[in-house]
Ligand binder design. Sequence first.
Ligand code: SF4
Length: 279
Amino acid sequence: MSNPIERDTVVSAVVDILREAETILPQDVVDALKKAASKETSPVAGEQLEAILKNIEIAGNRKVPICQDTGILIFFVELGRKALLDFSLEDAILEGVRIATESIPLRPNAVDPISRSNSGNNIGTGIPDIKYELTEGSSIKITVAPKGAGSENMSAIKMFNPTEKDMIRNFVLETVLNAGGKPCPPIIVGVGIGGSFDKAARLAKSALLENVEDMNEEELSLLEDINSLGIGPMGLGGKTTALAVHIKKAHCHTASLPVAVNIQCWANRHSSVTLGGDE
Ligand code: SF4
């Protein structure tokens, strides 16, 4: 028997995860930054990492956003097929965003792409971006990942010829090199390989939610190459250009090989809540 999920519960949970995401960095990211600080031999790189860690500490203590760019809001919703809802989940998420924008507060970042008029509340056509996935069970898991423009703008996608799989590594390295210090390194690199044009981009973005320490051999080897570029913390040189690389793959058309690289800054913000479930 499933527990019904109330609209007010969803609204306040969205406000809570937004507050947590914006003010407290996930512990795995903080630990990776500390580890990087202990390894840097360049005084400038070490100072940058210490300043980032101090920033994180102050934001957590004062319950204020980690960065002034509180991002465009991306939601990942895992919707249990037996979840009992008698309201619009999307409306409830939007209300949570509206409340959080005023109460945290968040910078209003949602603008019309052409007129650039700002909605003032982080809500607009297609924004926040809510990605739904139907799952088993009766609970709903909502994850929010605020995404700053500095890192998002340096991301890239390319439709390779299927014979060009050996060029994927260079494409990732070139994307990171071209980004330089603009995405506020140390970065997290999400790579989506396969699917379609949009699926590759979604794979790359969802890869940013993975635990930074949890990398396979392929990812660790790419991380090593990225860190050998020497861009370093905030682009001022050093050993730590990236904290992690995560690669997600999907089958694709026999004539296609889409590859997307989604770059995330050190402020790798995300938070989740699970609501409902079986009695
Ligand atoms: S790239 Fe990240 S850390 Fe840099 S300004 Fe944007 S949100 Fe802030």
